[in-house]
Design a binder for this molecule. Sequence first.
Ligand code: SAH
Length: 444
Amino acid sequence: MRICLTGDLGGYYTGAIGQGRDQFGVKGDFVTSPEISQIFGELIGIWFVAEWMCQRRPRQGVQLIEVGPGRGTLMADILRTIKRFPAMMNSVESIFMVEASPELRETQQKLLCRPGEPLVHREGLSSGKCKDIDKPIVWAESLRSIATNADQTPFMIAHEFFDALPIHTFQTALAETSPAKSSSGPIRGTLMEHGPVKDDSQCAYEWREMMVSPVHPAAAMTSAQAKSKAAGRDEIPEEFQLILSSTPTRHSRYLPESSARYRQLKQIPGAVVEICPEASLYAADFATRIGGSANVAKPQPSGAALILDYGTSDTIPVNSLRGIRHHKLVSPFSAPGLVDLSADVDFTAIAEAATLASGGVEVHGPISQADFLEAMGIKERAEMLIRAAGSNDATAQSIKKSWQRLVDRGPNGMGKVYKALAILPENSGRRRPVGFGGDVPSTG
Ligand code: SAH
């Protein structure tokens, strides 16, 4: 997943430099919420303003950090909104963009930076000046490259970032030493069925990793031809398949042992879990920046992180690796580097990693995107824009359609499938954030 998405050679996000490829929008592969409506970014901007007010309106040291900023649209909308609150905008010291793709970094720079002013490159970071506010904007390839500073108040946003981080999949199987070991053959695609199990009472199970293995080219073609015949359309050959490792791997020995949520499934035959260690690392990094840790002493926790993505609220994702191309679901094992890959985000794992990493944070949510955006005032803002559109019916209709798409609670609607989770300074749960049932105190 990592190589296909962000590998230097032909990665989906990183490998198409100069080819003018655009992953986003109608002509690309997928459309994201900030690209659907400006209101999305505006409400996230308001969320940060509200948090800043609730955290005693610091006058300086505020950082805005976005991970995986795509075209830069979300940050542009956030900045335009915060600009309406000059006291908060004055408190912002820097804006950071964490972006692996050189091509997307360039797109973001064009949108956000003053034209004609060259970027300054230093210690793996590139910095420029924001277009219409007097603030530095800094690009980094990973969050780790942005120094953690206990005096700063970091406000962090991750929209559709965690779903792009590589997952590992594990399945329970009878341990090698077990007397009733059953044979486990290759498992095609993401179909994770398990064979019959004999005498469970004497069996000890172990975790095995699902590995990506090449398909013989001749077999790949035959399977694609069969599928396209059945479906009456062109099928891209699957060049890879998932197989269950016949022995434990390095990852299977420790990742599924890392939380009681996985450990309790270990004796269940054929149980499957998807684990995203990098998501936990990012969540831990966010938490430490807000709440401090043994290594980063932060006398007063401050800042906030907002994570919006699709995934499960309280169950462990299974079978969720998917490929997306031209707005359609395709096999994640076809056309590597040309197909977007993603997996469901395990919000409970994120909450667990954040609270384990820092005693100075608490987590709110996940709640559905519809609940979050409605509590943030999407209806009021959309109605305001519709009024402003006046007699322009086409604009008014398009605003309405976009608003309703973002909060659609239907089975596959964005309002239901996407969730919001917030990491905040620890407060014994006394203060809920805006959008999650809380309010800004009138005293500020
Ligand atoms: N937030 C944007 C884009 C989502 S697509 C939006 O909602 O429109 C995912 C983004 O994360 C892209 O910008 C991609 O280049 C970036 N990305 C993916 N994996 C990354 C990684 N490991 N490190 C940094 N950026 C990454």
